[in-house]
Design a protein around this ligand. Structure first.
Ligand code: ZN
Length: 160
């Protein structure tokens, strides 16, 4: 069966950066997604369209078709006194904050500069060109409920 809209594919993959370092991988058949629902990055979804179960492919995806370009406007300087005084703040910490539009978002504390904290709301993989080695393990039709929910249910998917 071919991958197309409203089908579920189970994949094994290795994601590496330009430097060849492994960023993420899944090799036990536990990763699945619903095609055509924006479950995965656009460049990978495009590359998988029409591919058959059993196929392996290697794709390089530019940042714009992956997690987007890095936006300098999403890096902000925040006064230390906006954080709880007792908090043990360190570079690399992630926490939930509110965007200027009031949406919850995950930001990373990237540096402490005197009385200021530098936080970055860009996706950790923003601005990066990504390499995917993918093997398509199986493809099936999605259930009605999965199409409605826009995600996979059962093994490798949501349980609810
Ligand atoms: Zn659901």
């Amino acid at each position: 069966m071919k991958i197309s809209k409203h089908r579920v594919a189970i994949l094994d993959y290795t994601l590496t950066g330009e430097d060849g370092q492994v960023i993420d991988e899944s090799h036990d058949g536990s990763f699945s997604y619903l095609h055509g629902a924006g479950n995965i990055i656009p460049g990978l979804e495009k590359a998988l369209d029409g591919r058959k179960s059993g196929e392996s492919l290697r794709v390089v995806i530019e940042a714009a078709d992956a997690y987007g370009e890095r936006d300098p406007a999403r890096i902000q300087r925040v006064p230390r006194d906006r954080f709880p005084p007792a908090a043990d703040l360190q570079a690399g910490m992630r926490f939930q904050a509110q965007s200027q539009e009031g949406h919850p978002q995950v930001v990373m504390l990237t540096a402490i500069e005197g009385p200021d904290i530098i936080v970055d709301a860009n996706h950790p993989l923003a601005g990066r060109r990504l390499h995917f080695d993918v093997t398509i393990l199986s493809v099936r039709s999605a259930k009605k409920e999965e199409i409605t929910h826009r995600h996979v249910h059962g093994p490798g998917g949501h349980h609810h």
